[in-house]
Design a protein around this ligand. Structure first.
Ligand code: NAD
Length: 255
């Protein structure tokens, strides 16, 4: 499957990693629908990317809104590529003790609802559309890239809800790659380390420099373009399936 001439859906495509991926898909000759809850950022993104990009306001936890985004993607051509980046951070809380945040259970539920159940929605709704493209019977009907985090693996204290939600995305990847193989759909996931996007927040210069210095090699934060490059490679490589790949400069986030 080549991205050139393909129709793609990028969730969370109005900012950060998703925006860089939408940009790379367009640069490589694809057409893209950006699905995101941020109307302002979405409008800016399509203004930058031009006529190959369309924006649809869609919350990934809303199945009807996702169906509209998928309709829009199918209007651009047969849908073969999905990159799911929409997600949110968690809170920093201990599990018990005086440093447990009040309301931690509510936050845990919300983070899992968006990062894990939202991912499940994107996965199954987009897979059912790609599966229906029976005419694309070239052995590689479509590919889906999900976004986890190194938090899924590293067990950093305080990252309870976020780590649990992203570990769930890794689990979904393992099952989905084998389940969706019947329809020639591949599923892979990127687990980013510390990426330089709005989600990282505004950090003091010295904290930012310290984070960059803690990356073994290269000694810098991950850039959205690093993610976009791997996402498009994952979409196009016909033998890559069922993998969660750390994109982290070998950083380990524990304790
Ligand atoms: P970002 O804040 O720049 O972009 C996230 C986008 O997702 C935003 O445009 C936001 O409006 C959208 N979004 C949030 N909730 C949504 C929802 N319910 N429905 C639709 N859109 C929604 O952040 P980013 O760094 O580009 O994050 C992208 C993904 O990468 C997330 O899943 C995040 O957890 C993951 N990630 C980021 C980092 C990092 O260091 N930035 C590290 C590991 C994993």
């Amino acid at each position: 499957m080549q991205i050139d001439g393909t129709s793609a859906l990028v969730t969370g495509g109005a900012s950060g990693l998703g925006l860089a991926t939408a940009r790379r898909i367009v640069e490589h000759g694809g057409r893209v629908v950006i699905a995101d809850i941020s109307e302002e950022q979405g409008a800016k993104a399509v203004a930058e990317l031009g006529s190959a990009a369309t924006f649809v306001v869609a919350d990934i936890t809303d199945e009807a809104a996702l169906a509209e985004a998928l309709d829009a993607a199918e209007q651009l051509g047969p849908l073969r590529a999905v990159v799911h980046c929409a997600g949110r951070g968690g809170d920093r809380t201990r599990i018990i003790g005086k440093d447990r945040t009040p309301g931690a259970l509510d936050t845990f539920t919300e983070v899992v609802r968006i990062n894990l159940i939202g991912t499940y929605n994107v996965l199954r709704l987009s897979a059912s559309r790609i599966a229906a493209n029976e005419e694309l019977d070239d052995g590689d009907r479509g590919a889906i890239v999900l976004t986890a985090s190194v938090a899924a693996f590293d067990g950093q204290i305080g990252q309870t809800s976020y780590s649990a939600s992203k570990a769930g995305v890794h689990g979904l990847t393992l099952v989905a790659a084998r389940d969706l193989a019947s329809w020639q759909i591949r599923v892979n996931t990127i687990a980013p380390g510390v990426m330089d996007t709005p989600m990282l927040g505004r950090l003091r210069e010295d904290i930012r420099d310290g984070l960059a210095a803690s990356v073994p090699h290269p000694k810098r934060l991950g850039q959205p373009a690093d993610f976009a490059r791997l996402a498009v490679d994952m979409l196009e490589n016909p033998y890559l399936n069922g993998q969660t790949v750390r994109l982290d400069g070998a950083i380990r986030m524990a304790p």
